[in-house]
Design a protein around this ligand. Structure first.
Ligand code: AMP
Length: 189
């Protein structure tokens, strides 16, 4: 790919197919997948200082502090591989404070697209109930989803205000959704 590598953000409810489509997206865009959730889980598994800080918060379903997360992401984005290939950010930013930090790191026009992979609450609820993990009661699912929406709504507005929000319909087969995502990438590559 010529020119500056892409800087993408992806947002999506649990059960939206975001994980699967991240794999497809990095394959198509040549970017590197940076998932802050994966980074934190690795830190917990490795018993690092970051992991010790994050573990209890993650288990309680809370958010690790903006200061910590901004530092983690700033350090990751400064690496040569990201400068060369660009990034698909997954799980960051989670707050407007994080979004502002991201803007300072990549610059005012640094984000090419914030993709909101949109699947209605009713559909992701059905999917999660069908998967049926032990803490996947209808009530727990509803609580997690409404917390996600509360946290994400201001971010959606923030990206929209900057003209980079792209809402992609997440309903359909994996291939149908990926085709929509490909056209978002191709329009910006
Ligand atoms: P995820 O895999 O993106 O759902 O992240 C798993 C957990 O890691 C979240 O529930 C948070 O506790 C924590 N986490 C991940 N990314 C962030 C972030 N950007 N800010 C704060 N906490 C985060």
């Amino acid at each position: 790919m010529s020119g500056r590598p892409l800087h993408l953000v992806i947002l999506g409810r649990q059960g939206s197919g975001k994980g699967t489509q991240c794999v497809n997206l990095v394959g198509h865009s040549g970017t590197l997948h940076v998932s802050t959730g994966d980074m934190l889980r690795a830190a917990v598994a490795d018993g690092t200082e970051l992991g010790k800080k994050a573990e209890a918060i993650m288990n309680a379903g809370g958010l690790v502090s903006d200061e910590t997360m901004n530092g983690v992401v700033a350090e990751r984005l400064a690496k040569h591989d990201i400068k060369e290939h660009g990034v698909l950010l997954d799980g960051f930013p989670r707050t407007v404070v994080q979004a502002e930090a991201l803007e300072r790191i990549v610059g005012k026009r640094g984000i090419d697209a914030a993709i909101n992979l949109d699947v209605p609450v009713s559909v992701v609820t059905e999917r999660m109930l069908a998967r049926g993990g032990s803490d996947d009661t209808a009530e727990a699912i509803a609580r997690r989803l409404s917390l996600y929406d509360e946290q994400t709504a201001p971010l959606i507005d923030w990206f929209d205000d900057r003209g980079v929000l792209v809402t992609v319909d997440g309903l359909g087969t994996e291939e149908e959704v990926f085709a929509r995502l490909r056209s978002v990438i191709d329009a910006r590559a």
